[in-house]
Design a protein around this ligand. Sequence first.
Ligand code: ZN
Ligand code: ZN
Length: 68
Amino acid sequence: MLCFDCAQRGGEEPAVAVCQECGAGLCPAHTTAVAQLVHRAAGMGPVSSSVPGRRMTCRDCRLARRSA
Ligand SMILES: [Zn+2]
Ligand SMILES: [Zn+2]
C-alpha cells in the first residue's frame, strides 16, 4: 500500500500505518500518533487504563477531530 496523501501529490511513498478514522494508508511524514485512553468493561463498570493507548490518524482526521 502507498501513502494516500503522497499519492494525491503524485508521490509513491510506502505506507507504514493506516488512519483509524478514514482508512487511508500513511507514510511516516503523514502519520500522527494520538494518545488515547483505553476503556475496558470490567465487572463493576468501565475501567480506564492508566497507560494511554495509541491511535494512528492522518493529518486531516486529526484536524477534523480538533475542530469538532
Ligand atoms: Zn505521505
Ligand atoms: Zn484519516
